[in-house]
Design a binder for this molecule. Structure first.
Ligand code: 691
Length: 446
């Protein structure tokens, strides 16, 4: 211990604390700021949610993929002023490499598609459920990690892909009891903005940045939006026109504004017509103000929202036709969405739709005296070999304790190994739901 660790006793003399080599420093029992533990009860809810994500993905014929949580920082360096960039959880590793904990999954997916190259027959339909990270000042007390469900269709240029993705989310909502009166999707296309900007010959390289600024509408004062648009070299005239277009309330009005030829109208009309065919027309609405905050979207964008307006966006996505080529890959069209694990749980709480999930075990096995421990283990083995789950009591416990544990772990059946019965190759069985009890030969236990 260096002297500055030494305590100064009352006498003023320096004395070191008694050396206690293996008493660890008291560690912080909480997880790092902004992160969560998942004790059994929370893990049951998480598994319930993720199983619904995965079952819907499989229902739509998507294949599961995953990527490292740690990626090269370069994958996420975009110069469009995105919040996701400002909050990147990045650092230099011991090999002096700039790395980052992924803030989203799409760039990793793009990287893998390029890596696999021609060996992957298009279209690809991939899904992932992965933890994503951000580093923001804890002043805001928000979480620094969450899990995202992503579904992506790579290699399909038509809005039939977006229609399929929205359909999969509607299916997910229906499975967990959410209806079109609880949530909806605001749908628009960034091609609306693109047509306006091109109409005023604003250079294309400003497109992503302008979208990121406009995504902050309703989040920061309109004057700050205008200020940021000016700093992006937009003229007052363009700014006014942009804000005008963003307040358009219907496709018909948009057609009046933009005329019929633009791709934006064609895409949106086709999407709304497909929605009718899919049967989810009452879940979606055109809303020109939806742009989403990621720079790489190029076409249709959408976000799920709660109709009571109490929560942040539930999910969001869109078309990103040039992301792969910005990474040096071919110019393969793609679209996808991200669905976080936080807002949906808040919504389920609001709607009283959180499922009641309790632990499940089919059997609890215990021996009533010391030298029948081996017998109890043998009974557990037999049941487990038959695919039956068993909680084997591992210590000498009174029956009262066993009944209490059986109730807590929601065991369906109690198997008692007692010396008298065991002499006859029998065990005692008590069905804990009905209270029925009987004796049975061990090899007749099913
Ligand atoms: C509501 C919530 O927890 N949002 C959240 C939490 N963690 C994140 C981590 C990375 C990117 C986005 C994130 C978003």
């Amino acid at each position: 211990l260096s002297t500055d660790n030494a305590r100064t006793g009352r006498s003023g003399s320096i004395s070191s604390p008694p050396v206690q080599p293996d008493i660890a420093q008291k560690i912080d029992i909480n997880p790092p700021k902004g992160t969560r533990d998942f004790p059994p009860e929370d893990m049951r809810l998480r598994n319930w949610l993720f199983n619904n994500f995965k079952e819907v993905s499989q229902l739509y014929g998507f294949e599961e993929v995953d990527f490292p949580v740690l990626e090269s920082e370069a994958l996420f360096i975009r110069k469009a002023g995105e919040e996701i960039r400002e909050q990147l959880y990045c650092f230099e590793d011991r090999g002096n490499r700039r790395v980052a904990l992924r803030p989203e999954l799409t760039p990793s997916l793009a990287r893998l598609v390029i890596q696999k190259g021609k060996s992957l027959p298009l279209p690809l339909k991939w899904f992932a459920v992965g933890q994503c990270w951000r580093y923001e000042r804890m002043t805001r007390g928000r979480r620094r990690e969450h899990y995202q469900w992503n579904m992506d269709i790579i290699g399909v240029p038509d809005v039939t892909a977006e229609a399929e993705l929205i359909s999969s989310i509607v299916t997910f909502f229906k499975r967990i009891g959410i209806t079109a009166s609880d949530v909806g999707f605001k749908v628009s296309s960034r091609k609306v903005l693109q047509e306006v900007l091109r109409g005023y010959s604003v250079p294309d390289h400003l497109f992503g940045r302008v979208c990121v600024i406009i995504d902050k509408m309703e989040k920061i004062p309109i004057d700050d939006i205008k200020k940021e648009l000016r700093s992006a070299e937009l003229s007052e005239e363009v700014i006014e026109e942009l804000l005008q277009v963003l307040s358009v309330k219907s496709l018909e009005k948009l057609e009046e504004k933009l005329g019929t030829v633009g791709e934006a109208l064609v895409d949106l009309k086709q999407l709304f017509s497909l929605a009718e065919k899919y049967g989810y027309a009452d879940w979606i609405q055109f809303d020109a103000s939806v742009v989403r905050g990621l720079a790489y979207y190029t076409g249709i964008v959408f976000e799920g929202f709660d109709r009571e307006g109490k929560l942040r966006a539930i999910c969001g996505g869109g078309r990103y036709d040039h992301l792969l080529s910005t990474f040096g890959g071919d110019d393969i069209p793609a679209c996808g969405f991200g669905f976080g694990d936080a807002v949906i749980v808040e919504l389920l709480k609001e709607k009283g739709l959180l499922p009641e999930l309790s632990p499940q075990v089919e059997n609890i096995v215990c021996s009533l005296d010391q030298d029948l421990r081996g017998a109890a283990a043998a009974v557990a083995r037999i049941l487990r070999q038959r695919g039956q789950s068993v909680d084997l009591v591992l210590e000498n416990k009174p029956l009262k304790w066993v009944f209490k544990r059986a109730a807590r772990i929601n065991a369906q059946r109690l198997i008692l190994v007692g010396s008298a019965e065991w002499q006859k190759g029998m065990v005692g069985v008590k069905i804990l739901t009905s209270g029925e009890q009987y004796e049975v030969k061990v090899d007749e236990l099913e």
